[in-house]
Design a protein around this ligand. Structure first.
Ligand code: SF4
Length: 340
């Protein structure tokens, strides 16, 4: 059953990179009119090919918006003490306070989380000292050590430099750092990238365990559909800056509705099936000059005239299942006979 109390909501969110090449302005529409509602105590996945806007969406949800990225329109609300707080309207100090305490971000590549010339202890103490008042350093250090041990990680890593840790261990320490103050929302951006399968398993197990223990919300960005199948409750499929399908993970995998989602799922390897996998034809569109109409139409085998001029909206087409395709619940309800 899907819990209904939302903890984070994005309305009509547009986040663009505005680039200036010697006086020529280019606008990359990385997040294009995104609506999202994320619930308490769920694992929500965001999937899609590289460059579809997943990481930018996560940054916008975290309100980490620095030039050339700009929020062009829309709002993001966090549900704090039963009230919706407009995150873009907050002062830098209030935003800083919410970070780690209410929402935490695990960026791609754990090396960027830690200072390469300082021990892990320094980073943990920096976070604790900037959020916890009236405690001595020794007490804070004990808190950090206990937190690591609670997550099954050795407290002695506090004395290590980042380069002395394996990629998998560093990533798990980055997760421990993000969860140090028990935030209600954790945003994880491709947390298993560049790790071998054993380290990937350990990182995913830790994320799952943390979510179970803390009963918080995990928003997980990864292009790896296998990971979504394994740990997310609900998921969204992004294509060219837009969400094209959203629903319970089991429904997305058992009955994908958008042609793009169908390709993503058909491209997955299956045990015992040696037939060649089918990948998405063509290449993702330019986000500087995206195609008119449905962004997927140049690659879609079912595209018809309307798809080239009008943009399908994300509409409800089943319990908690939404899709943006004219073939389903859109302007044209007549299904294309070739559509599976
Ligand atoms: Fe394909 Fe048209 Fe549906 Fe877009 S709206 S996915 S082009 S059928």
């Amino acid at each position: 059953m899907i819990p209904q109390e939302h903890i984070l909501r994005a309305e009509n969110l547009e986040a663009f990179y505005v680039l200036d090449f010697s006086g020529t302005r280019k606008v990359v529409k990385a997040v294009n009119r995104v609506h999202l509602e994320i619930y308490e105590n769920e694992v929500f996945g965001i999937a899609g090919e590289s460059g579809c806007g997943k990481t930018t969406l996560l940054r916008a949800l975290f309100a980490q918006v620095e030039p050339p990225l700009r929020i062009v329109s829309g709002k993001v609300f966090y549900r704090v003490n039963k009230e919706d707080v407009d995150i873009f309207g907050l002062s830098p100090e209030k935003k800083r306070k919410l970070r780690f305490e209410y929402i935490a971000y695990i960026p791609q590549g754990s090396m960027s989380v830690f200072n390469p010339v300082k021990t892990v202890r320094v980073t943990f103490l920096d976070v604790l000292e900037s959020h916890v008042q009236g405690k001595a350093r020794q007490e804070l250090l004990k808190t950090a050590q206990e937190h690591l041990e609670k997550l099954g990680l050795p407290g002695k890593v506090l004395g290590a430099y980042p380069h002395q840790l394996s990629g998998g261990m560093r990533q798990r320490i980055a997760i421990a750092l993000a969860t140090l103050l028990n935030p209600r929302i954790i945003l994880a951006d491709e947390p298993t990238t560049a790790l071998d399968v054993v380290a990937q398993r350990a990182v995913l197990d830790l994320l799952g365990e943390v979510q179970e223990k803390l009963k918080n919300t995990l928003i997980l960005v990864t292009h790896d559909m296998g990971i979504h199948a394994a740990i997310t409750h609900r998921m969204a499929i992004m294509y060219a800056g837009k969400i094209v399908e959203e629903g319970k993970t089991e429904d997305i995998f058992s009955s994908p509705l958008h042609p793009y989602t169908q390709y993503l799922i058909r491209s997955l390897p299956r045990i015992g099936d040696k037939t060649p996998r089918e990948s998405v034809p063509g290449a993702p569109p330019s986000l500087i000059d995206p195609p008119q109409g449905c962004m997927f139409h140049p690659r879609c085998p079912y595209a018809f005239d309307l798809c080239k001029v009008e943009t399908p909206q994300l509409v409800l087409c089943g319990e908690h299942h939404k899709v943006a395709c004219f073939l389903i619940g859109g302007v044209n309800n007549e299904r294309n006979p070739n559509f599976r």
